[in-house]
Design a protein around this ligand. Structure first.
Ligand code: GRF
Length: 208
């Protein structure tokens, strides 16, 4: 089966990295995880190393130097597609345009609401009754590219830790599915792939 070469950029605790890793081990998943890039020494970096991935720690403060190094690794590993998974660095418009339609991100809000940092705090403060995440293409503006998928659930408890745990549980299910659909429909131009049915999750709406 034809598979795209995938790179994941991460700076967090790596739950989405792990979810994408697990999904990529499924026979019919259309991507092979080839390269992990971390911009700091973080849990995701340890997770990637433990899983024996080709993992690069690139810490240059200057964004041009950073991206130059990243680009070399992407080229050397014949990467087709990038998934940002808790990657806490804004990429330059030049880099984003070089990778147009080939960088996906997951952002923990119902975009276009609450782009940027400290999302959960702002969502709770706003009094929103719903929370969720968005998988989108990355363009030159922050958290503003084409929306590929979203899920939403009711905020029953405003304890931030609980809210994040809940949200990540759904992110980890959802991100691989949206990625799979994106590869099949936009890159392979086919629609005969199997969607995961999220019917067991009665309190969440998944749309992609
Ligand atoms: C996720 O909530 C994602 O939406 C945001 O950063 C967090 C990363 O979590 N962009 P993890 O490191 O994948 O667990």
């Amino acid at each position: 089966m034809k598979k795209v070469n995938l790179s994941i950029f991460a700076s967090g605790i790596g739950s989405n990295l792990l979810a994408l890793h697990k999904a990529s081990k499924e026979e019919n998943f259309p991507a092979k995880l080839q390269l992990i890039i971390c911009n700091k020494n973080c849990i995701a970096y340890d997770v990637a190393n433990k899983l024996k991935y080709n993992t690069k720690l690139i810490t240059n403060k200057n964004i041009n130097e950073f991206e130059k190094k990243v680009q070399i690794h992407l080229t050397n590993n014949k990467i087709d597609l990038i998934c940002l998974a808790g990657f806490m660095r804004v990429l330059s418009p030049q880099f984003v345009s070089l990778w147009k339609n080939r960088i996906l991100n997951i952002h923990p809000s119902l975009l276009p609401m609450f782009p940027g940092l400290n999302t959960h705090t702002r969502v709770i403060k706003s009094g929103m009754k719903l929370h969720g995440s968005t998988v989108h293409l990355v363009d030159k503006n922050l958290d503003s590219g084409k929306i590929l998928g979203q899920f939403a659930f009711e905020i029953k408890n405003t304890d931030q830790k609980l809210l994040i745990t809940n949200l990540k549980k759904y992110e980890n299910l959802f991100y691989p599915e949206v990625l799979k659909k994106y590869i099949w429909t936009f890159l392979f131009k086919k629609d005969n792939f199997e969607n995961r049915i999220f019917s067991n999750y009665k309190n969440v709406v998944f749309s992609y």
